[in-house]
Design a protein around this ligand. Structure first.
Ligand SMILES: C[S@@+](CC[C@H](N)C(=O)[O-])C[C@H]1O[C@@H](n2cnc3c(N)ncnc32)[C@H](O)[C@@H]1O
Length: 372
């Protein structure tokens, strides 16, 4: 986890863009919420820019890194720290600005739409600032034998034939990869926009006509973001940008490799349901009439049980873990200690799990996660 956050904190281009955006959007005396704060770097930049107070929120143990780092900056008396999922926590008062980097690799794929929609509704004062304010999604044609193997690897010689069917799943998967600029086969096209201050759509559908800038073989679509952090401050992970942040892009494979000539058109469409993490894409080649349709819904490994469980008419019954959780939580009466709860569960309900070790571990995890 720390390794991942080192990547964010050590990305000088990203910090430069966020510092510039915060300089424009956060005024002296403002109250700010840093949602999904991780190391706390963005909230720290807000405090250094003159924010009176920052509410740091993160669902992971990184909240402790934020707490310690802000204290080391001598700014802890202007900061509060909440561990929890942003959509579940309450803040003591509304804020003038919200900052986050939930932009993911393709703009919508890290939960930013739901996070900022909720923040706008519950945390942000009317007219407050959002950093980022909007995200443009960019699409381009990609030639990459290497990344095609991500999709086709399951069908390769050497893989036992019983597993070849998994190529079908992999061809319907979005991969996060570092696309070299020489793999880009067309000029990128801005294919859709998510506007956090105005947009309330749960579904986004966009089209782009891509033109091959050279002859080559197309293996898929490349996707990345170009976002407006604040008026006049843009940040991108485009492999073609002079000043890109250090972040991979999305690669969306297509069913078969297709030869293209310079100037050939490729019609691409993208359909997104960010709340369900669903993405569908098509690529159509008017020059030869070929068309490919994919979606990560087709790429999901859904078991029969998963499908049965998703039936709204089903009458659910508690499974073993559910029964165990209910039993453990039933002993949380505001008087018993954690040790006493483990002891009573081991004594009264030894059959909840096959071994005492597994049972004690389960109780500890439930108490850590579901109690205060
Ligand atoms: C991409 S990192 C960004 C960290 C930091 N804001 C930065 O810019 O370096 C996302 C962080 O958000 C946290 N996170 C993800 N979803 C969250 C949610 N819904 N509520 C709170 N924290 C979340 C993760 O634990 C992670 O630390």
């Amino acid at each position: 986890m720390l390794q991942e956050h080192l990547g964010y904190v050590a990305d000088a281009v990203r910090l430069e863009h966020f510092r510039a955006a915060i300089g424009k959007s956060v005024r002296t005396g403002d109250r700010v919420a840093d949602l999904g704060c991780g190391s706390g770097i963005l909230g720290l930049l807000c405090l250094q820019a003159g924010a009176a107070h920052v509410d740091f929120v993160d669902e992971s143990e990184m909240i402790e890194v934020a707490r310690e780092s802000v204290a080391r900056a001598g700014l802890h008396n202007r900061a509060s720290f909440v561990r929890g999922r942003s959509q579940h926590v309450e803040l003591p008062q509304q804020v003038d600005a919200v900052v986050c980097d939930h932009i993911g690799h393709f703009g919508f794929d890290y939960g930013i739409v739901e996070l900022l929609r909720d923040a706008k509704r519950r945390f942000l004062k009317p007219g407050g600032a959002m950093i980022p304010a909007r995200i443009d999604l960019q699409l381009a044609a990609v030639e990459s034998e290497k990344f095609r193997q991500l999709a086709e690897g399951w069908g390769a010689t050497g893989v036992p034939g019983e597993f070849h069917w998994l190529s079908g799943q992999a061809r319907n998967t979005k991969f996060n990869v570092n696309l070299p600029r020489e793999d880009i086969l067309s000029a990128p096209v801005a294919s859709g926009t998510i506007d956090f201050l105005g947009d309330e759509r749960g579904f986004l559908s966009c089209c782009a006509e891509l033109r091959a800038t050279r002859a080559g073989t197309m293996h898929g679509l490349g996707g990345w973001f170009d976002c407006e952090l604040a008026p006049g401050v843009r940040m991108t992970n485009s492999p073609l940008a002079e000043k890109k942040i250090d972040r991979a892009q999305a690669f969306l494979p297509i069913g078969e490799a297709v030869e293209v000539k310079e100037g050939d058109a490729v019609k691409a469409t993208l359909m997104l349901r960010p709340a369900e993490s669903l993405i569908a894409w098509t690529a159509e080649f008017p020059a030869n009439g070929r068309r490919f349709t994919h979606s990560n819904w087709q790429g999901m490994l859904l078991s029969r049980e998963d499908l049965l469980r998703s039936n709204p008419a089903r009458v659910p019954l508690l499974g073993r873990a559910g029964l165990a959780r209910r039993t453990v939580l039933g002993y949380c009466d505001g008087r018993r200690t954690a040790r006493e709860i483990v002891q009573v569960i081991l004594k009264e309900h030894p059959g909840l799990f096959p071994s005492a070790e597994e049972l004690s571990g389960f109780v500890a995890r439930v108490l850590a996660r579901d109690t205060e």
